[in-house]
Write a protein that binds this ligand. Structure first.
Ligand code: SAM
Length: 334
């Protein structure tokens, strides 16, 4: 074993990683992004094809692997809300209802779900709130699965296999949202500019994502290397501070930062681990025992991280202004 490289033990496996110095605190979040891009490491940018190939190392696994683990009616692959003794489907719906409230959805509106997974969230929102939807994914297997779900529920939803960078559409959207997807975007500032171009004036952008509670935690630990590798090394976690700076730079007016308690994510990962255990024999047939074990290790690391205090889960909504707003008059009438 390489003596200079730290390791941790999780799930009976020793995980090797490189540890880099913490980023240090700076007021300039944009400079942090640029510095990180230049230095490489965990926060790497890839080409459109590179993104597709890397994220699909994970998302192109057979859908049954994920539907068995996520469970419920909508197979949501992100944190759900476990209020009032909710079961799996209710927990998924409570989370999606929260997104709908924050997006202020109304029947007939047209919404874009960037990173739509297997289509469950968008189909639920279309069915429950009467919106029309477009979903983007990089995975052909996810697209096929999501399209089947759209047909089953007979909702006005189109699914495209398309990177957000290449997506164009003739009709402006009322809302564009992501649910635990922007971690895959190295060029987050570029993404916000793209959303700006897709929204009508007055339209709303929502992004739900995990954030580091301090830039001091943004160091490459063995655990983060392991998590990042599961997603083909496309894991670009940031601080909330950095994300908000990029939202502002793209011209959006910040509306709300809603924090979801991390206990919900501990509960979600525990549920996924329980589902893995229940379906172990079947899942090992589908993806091989070694992948099953690797994914279980990933979930155990995630549960451990979510139970500590190094990350928060935040839903940020912002609005594309109707016109360039005049600054509020401070002290008027004095
Ligand atoms: C963690 S899943 C989230 C799925 C869904 N939002 C949910 O909550 O169930 C991430 C999704 O983002 C998609 N994705 C990742 N990078 C993307 C990109 N650059 N453009 C479009 N979709 C992307 C993946 O294909 C996948 O569908």
């Amino acid at each position: 074993m390489d003596a200079g490289v730290p390791t941790i033990a999780v799930d009976g496996e020793r995980i090797k990683g490189v540890k880099r110095q913490a980023m240090g605190t700076t007021d300039d979040a944009l400079a942090q992004t640029l510095e990180r891009e230049a230095r490489g490491g965990l926060w790497r940018g890839f080409s459109v094809d590179g993104d597709r190939l890397r994220t699909n190392e994970h998302y192109e696994q057979p859908p049954r692997f994920f539907t068995a683990i996520t469970g419920g009616a909508w197979n949501v692959y992100s944190c759900n809300l476990w209020e009032d003794g909710a079961d799996e489907s209710q927990a998924q719906e409570q989370k999606l209802d929260l997104l709908s409230t924050l997006l202020q959805l109304r029947p007939g509106q047209r919404i874009l779900d960037v990173g739509c997974g297997w289509g469950g969230p968008l189909v639920y929102l279309a069915k429950r709130y009467g919106v029309r939807g477009v979903g983007l994914t990089l995975s052909p297997t996810q697209r096929e699965y999501a399209e089947r779900r759209v047909r089953e529920h007979d909702v006005d939803v189109a699914i495209h296999e398309c990177h957000w960078k290449g997506f164009v559409d003739g009709e402006p959207f009322d809302a564009v949202y992501t649910d635990e997807v922007i971690v895959h975007f190295n060029d987050l500032g570029g993404y916000f500019e793209k959303v700006w171009s897709l929204l009508r004036p007055g339209g709303r952008m929502l992004n739900k994502e995990l954030h580091f509670t301090s830039s001091r935690w943004m160091e490459i630990t063995p655990a983060m290397v392991f998590v990042n590798e599961i997603y083909g090394e496309t894991g670009n976690y940031r601080t909330l501070h950095e994300e908000l700076a990029l939202v502002d730079r793209a011209g959006f007016t910040l509306e709300k930062v809603y924090q979801i308690g991390m206990d919900n994510y501990v509960r979600t990962t525990e549920r996924w681990l329980e589902n893995m255990k229940t379906c172990r024999e079947e899942l090992e047939q589908i993806v091989a025992a070694s992948y099953y074990k690797r994914f279980r290790t990933y979930l155990r690391i995630a549960r451990r991280i979510f139970g500590a205090s190094s990350m928060t889960l935040d839903v940020i909504t912002s609005v594309k202004p109707l016109a360039t707003p005049a600054p509020p008059i401070v002290g008027a009438g004095l």
